[in-house]
Design a protein around this ligand. Structure first.
Ligand code: FES
Length: 156
């Protein structure tokens, strides 16, 4: 979601309003900020810090503790390539390399055009289909490096 600075400030103030003068709201606030912008953006954290009188370091301490929070923008599509044992044995490293080559996306990073984020992950629970990757919520199994580009083309 693309917001002007003024719109962003207004939305952040709405998010934190119920937590003024109360403690314990950081996690729901961070969840709401991420829902608003797709990640926990620094300007929003600054507003929370000033308004709730919580040091930025404390907010970032919470945000970095939980894997669910992202501090940088993420791609529109999240590619998760399984690197579990069954997938590894069946060539998942080549799948990962093919995804990196075709998207230009680094591992645990995001393409500049914000089309893709790429995350190698442990077992996705579909070992019978190894090697497996997940794009958003869709599972693709019995992958070959040659088949990767056709799959990724579906996600623009
Ligand atoms: S090891 Fe890849 S799905 Fe289980």
């Amino acid at each position: 979601m693309s917001l002007s600075a003024g719109e962003m400030r207004q939305k952040v103030l709405e998010i934190i309003a119920p937590w003024k003068g109360r403690r314990g709201g950081l996690i729901p606030i961070l969840q709401a900020l991420q829902g608003l912008m797709g990640y926990v953006a620094e300007p929003a954290v600054k507003i929370v810090s000033e308004e709730l009188k919580i040091p930025m370091s404390e907010i970032y301490g919470v945000a970095t503790f939980y894997a669910q929070f992202h501090l940088t923008p993420r791609g529109r599509h999240i590619i998760r390539v399984c690197r579990g044992t069954a997938c590894h044995v069946r060539g998942s490293l080549k799948i990962l390399e093919a995804v990196k080559e075709q998207t230009g996306c680094p591992e645990n990073g995001t393409t500049e055009d914000l089309r893709f984020s790429l995350e190698p992950v442990a077992c996705l629970g579909a070992c019978g289909l190894a090697p497996v990757m997940l794009v958003d919520s869709q599972t693709f199994g019995r992958l070959t490096p040659e088949g990767v580009s056709g799959i990724l083309a579906q996600f623009v």
